[in-house]
Design a protein around this ligand. Structure first.
Ligand code: ADP
Ligand code: CDP
Length: 230
């Protein structure tokens, strides 16, 4: 069976990471959450006071960028990769609403994207990888053999993300705050100048609004089996 590259792109909170993680586990591929890298940079900017409200001090960030090292290490108990920022596990911190509210400003900066894309391409150079994000099938791996573009209705996405936040102990964030954040990020991600979120021409589209995790997994596996058995 040939080893391929799998790119999963789409809107915020529609289940990309869940699919990418589960698929990678099932087929024995490496899973990389590219959004976690942009979230880690954003956390660094917050921790180092590089934001004034929503405005990012790009000049300062350009001086700091060489000091920002992001890596992934497998958590053996959960068998899931976790995100490290300069050697510190930040998996929990990067998923907060504070980071979600700022990440689309940091990820729109050209030099940030170029640095991340180079690292992502390095991680995937041996193939056998499932990477999810916004520009994986269009910019990072335009030659990926299998590309998915995922979407679901904004209300369903907001409810899924809210349930997740509640499960993690955040009982303060409201449905409307999550929905606003999702809408705002979708807009910024689609309209930025540098590699905006867009569907690759050769991507398979999946609207999983009414699919269970098991159903979406079966759909992905069918597509994977079809392409690798050719
Ligand atoms: N098909 C589905 N049905 C219901 N919930 C889902 C489904 N797929 C993913 N989820 C849940 O939705 C939330 C967002 O999923 P996630 O994979 O983090 O999305 P993304 O990576 O696109 O932001 C998670 O809590 C996840 O468990
Ligand atoms: N390849 C990627 C991945 C994420 N991102 C940015 O990072 C943010 C967070 O990505 P994410 O995948 O963690 O977002 P969620 O869909 O999980 O909320 C997105 O809203 C984008 O602004 C990006 O620009 N390019």
């Amino acid at each position: 069976m040939k080893t391929i590259t799998i790119a999963i792109d789409g809107f915020s909170s529609c289940g990309k990471s869940t699919m990418a993680k589960d698929l990678a586990k099932q087929i024995g591929y490496i899973y990389i959450d590219s959004g976690a890298m942009y979230r880690a940079i954003t956390l660094y900017c917050i921790q180092n006071n590089l934001f004034d409200g929503d405005v990012l001090n790009e000049e300062k960030l350009s001086q700091h960028i060489k000091d920002i090292h992001i890596s992934f290490k497998l958590n053996k108990e959960t068998a899931t990769p976790e995100t490290y920022l300069n050697g510190v596990n930040v998996e929990k911190e990067i998923r907060t609403m504070e980071v979600s509210n700022k990440v689309s400003y940091a990820s729109a900066v050209g030099f940030v994207r170029r640095a991340m894309v180079l690292q992502q391409q390095e991680m995937g150079k041996m193939k056998g990888i499932v990477m999810d994000g916004r520009d994986i099938g269009t910019v990072v791996f335009p030659d990926a053999e299998l590309k998915f573009f995922v979407t679901a209705s904004p209300d369903i996405r907001a409810q899924r993300r809210l349930d997740e936040l509640h499960a993690k102990g955040d009982t303060e964030t409201t449905f409307n705050e999550v929905l606003d954040n999702i809408r705002q990020r979708d807009y910024i991600d689609q309209h930025r100048e540098e590699s905006p979120l867009t569907q690759a021409g050769d991507a398979l589209v999946l609207d999983n609004s009414t699919l269970t995790k098991e159903q979406q997994m079966q759909w992905l596996l069918d597509k994977f089996n079809h392409i690798t058995s050719q």
